[in-house]
Each structure stands twice: as structure tokens, then as C-alpha cells.
Design a protein around this ligand. Sequence first.
Ligand SMILES: *Cc1c(COP(=O)(O)O)cnc(C)c1O
Length: 368
Amino acid sequence: MQKNDSWIPYVNLSKQFNEEKKLLLPRIEKVLSSGKYILSDEVDKFERQICKYNKVKFCVSVNSGTDALILSLMSLGINAGDEVITQANSYIGSAAAINAVGAKPVFCDVYDDQTMDVEDMKSKINSRTKVIMPVHLTGRMCEMDRIMRIAKKKNIKVIEDCAQSIGSTFNKKKSGTFGDIGAYSTHPLKNLNACGDGGFIITNNKKLFNYIKLKRNHGHINREKIRFFGTVSRLDSIQAVILNFRLKKLEKIITQRLKNASLYKKYLKNFNIYYPEIRPNCRDTYHLFVVQLKNRDNLKKFLFKNKIESNIHYPIPIHKQKIFKYKNPVLIKTEKQSREILSLPINQYLDERDIKRVCNCIKNFFDI
Ligand SMILES: *Cc1c(COP(=O)(O)O)cnc(C)c1O
């Protein structure tokens, strides 16, 4: 380590804000002085822009990725006694949403690249299975062609957990446009990020759109009338104005992350470290750049000592959390990966010098 090496942070949200504030603050001020804080033009505009970006008919913004998943499940009528097949290597939000509507999350294993193991998923389908919920973890899409073929044949709905995959494509189609609904998060740590909680759903199904649009706002048809009981799951106007501003910069952010990912691949080529290869029919957007190696914990400590921050997404697979009381399946790859995965810093503010420094540090670690 050079004495004057600076800290390489995993994320850099204050830098993002400082860079944007001259243009962004006047827009926020405009919303604040308009007095329209709930379901304003900015919220409508965000939903229109998202439809355009994803080439879908409908979008409903909501107040978190978890709510996007919950409302999606509700719109499909999922409740007690139903089973939803999903991945245990995801963030707790995926399984929590299934639990919130009273259904049972059934976990299937994953491939080496952390995407849904389609054969294992298929083996877990039974008469109670109502939804398959693939998770496009790290911004790498699951094999949606095979998943959709199975779902259609068995008459099972599909909700894509797109919390980490904005901008990702499979066979040139955006994430969230294969299944019945795509659920996104705009949490501050995601690639399209608000300055607080937020999210949205996309769909081409008008019935599901109409239901979720009412459901997120207490079922209000208008000021007086209620169609059904709902929730308070609206996206704030302040977050919408920030997201409208940042959506314009999203492709640039993804491009920088793609660049950093290819630099990692170039410099890590000769080490005994696994990372997923590029598939020619897909665009991965690298919300996370995850490597897998045996002595992960030691490398994480070594990087930290050298002023490099890394993270683990996620150290305890969901089926291993104590809150799941029923008998859990053994998920060989999911469990192995939870001990070997490490997310290297890849945020858009890092350049070639930073990535080289991380890789040099990893080289030194292996040389010891
Ligand atoms: C972030 C995330 C969620 C939950 O989103 P929130 O906005 O935090 O509620 C769900 N699934 C995955 C895969 C996530 O990364």
C-alpha cells in the first residue's frame, strides 16, 4: 500500500449528491414550494419515463421495492396456502413480501452465476405453486426464456424481482418485461436511486396495473370513494423529482459500471477467483460485481486493511434465517456461495486506477 492511497469506498452517495446539487436542488425546491407532495405531476412523469425506458405499457410507482413485490403478489390474488418459488440468495425483501401476503416462500437453488437454477425450480412446482419469482441478482438476469416456458405450460404467474436489475436485458428485452409484473426498488443503494425509499412496478397487463394503482393509495377511486381496502404505498414527489433527474444519467452510470467490470475481468484473469462470464444475449448492469473464492473472509479483511471497502450480499441465505421455522431444503450452491461471495467496489466514481489498485491488492493477498 502506498502511504497516500485514499480510501476506496463501496458506494459514494454524498459524491453523487454534491455533483448534482447545483442542478438538482432548484428542482427539489420547486416541488417543495409547489405544495404538491403526494401523487403530483412529478410522480406521473416518473411513471411515464419508466414506461418509455422499459418499453412497457404501464408503471405504478410505490414507496419501496418490498411494497412493489407485496402489491404485485396481492394483484395476483396470492394468499395463505399458496406457494411462491424464489431464491434464497436474495435480499430478505423477496421472501418477506411472500410472507407478508400469507403465502409460503419455497426456495430453489441457483447456478454458479447466482441466477435461478431452472431445473431445481421446476422440481419444486406442485399444485399449490402460484408464482415463480426469479431474482435478477447483481443485475444479471435469470434465464427468462426457459422460466417463462415452464410457467406458461403449468399456468403459473411470474413476478420478476428487478430490484438490482434496472437496464439489464435478456434477448434484448428489459428485465421485468417477461413475467406478469416486474418489481423494482429505487433504494439509495440501487443503480437508479432516490434519497430515501422508493420503487415501482411495470406490467403490460391493464387489470393488474389498475389494481395496483388503486391499492397503493387506500383504494381511492377519487377523493370520496373507495373501491377496496388498500395500503399507503405511494412514492413521494420529492423522491420522484430526484428519480426523474437521475433517470437521465442512468445509462452513463451503467456504462461506467460495465467499464469497471471489464477492467476487473482483465486484471483478475489469472487468479483463482470465479466471476460470471458475459453471455452474448444479455446485458448485465453490475449493480454488484461479485467474485467467489475459498478464503473470502481473509481477503475482505486484507482489502479493508489496504483501505478498500468490499461487501457480502448476503452472508446468511434466507432459508438459513431463524425466522423460517418449517423444514428447509438443502441448497448446495446457495450455501456454498454464501461462504465464498464477495462484492468488490464497482461504483461509477471509480476509475481504472482504483480498479487496478483493488486487483493489485488481491494479487498481493494471493502472493503472501
Ligand atoms: C433492495 C432489494 C429488495 C427490496 O427493496 P427495498 O426498496 O429495500 O424494499 C428486494 N429484492 C432485492 C433483490 C433487493 O436487492
